[in-house]
Write a protein that binds this ligand. Structure first.
Ligand SMILES: [Mg+2]
Length: 179
């Protein structure tokens, strides 16, 4: 898990920069969350915990979520998927909550999580695979975020376009030695 040096970027570019980055969601341990006083975990679904066509996350990721949840972390699925039934099913299989709403540069879903938990922004952290949605929305909302590599599976054409912009942003991050 790497902590980025966002401060090296200007205000606009830092909106797209995660607080941390790592390869896989399961790298985010209970110990990491408790040490950093994070008790609410906002989790993106597609390409972060499950492939776009998967009805459920793989067992390793299910076990990771169950372990965090069992140990007091409030895990919320945060998704703007149009497939509400699939989202509901994943949440119910794992015994966790979900919020579904407007596309993610908007922060409506983050706000809902805050209202439902009664927690503060400092208590929350979001994990997602996209800079332009998961990370941007978290920065706009004022919570920490972790950028993970997308799970290997097909993606929407819109997502493929945003990957091009992401690779451009990553070049800027690296040129500025943000990580
Ligand atoms: Mg995603």
């Amino acid at each position: 898990m790497f902590k980025t040096e966002k401060k090296k970027l200007n205000k606009f570019l830092s909106l797209f920069c995660p607080t941390y980055l790592t390869d896989h969601v399961t790298d985010v341990t209970l110990d990491f969350l408790t040490t950093n006083k994070k008790s609410v975990l906002l989790l993106d679904v597609d390409s972060t915990i499950a492939g776009w066509n998967d009805s459920l996350p793989v067992k390793e990721i299910q076990d990771w979520i169950l372990n965090l949840s069992k140990n007091g972390i409030l895990v919320y699925l945060v998704s703007n998927t149009h497939r509400a039934g699939r989202l509901q099913n994943i949440a119910s299989e794992l015994g966790i909550r979900y919020v579904r709403g407007l596309i993610k540069p908007f922060t409506y879903m983050h706000d809902q999580v805050l209202c439902q938990t009664g927690k503060n922004r400092d208590d929350c952290i979001m994990i997602g695979d996209q800079l332009l949605t998961d990370i941007l929305s978290s920065n706009r909302f004022g919570i920490d975020s972790i950028w993970v590599k997308p799970l290997p599976a097909g993606e929407f054409i819109g997502t493929k376009c945003s990957r091009v912009i992401e690779s451009f942003l990553v070049k800027i991050f690296k040129n500025n030695q943000v990580y």
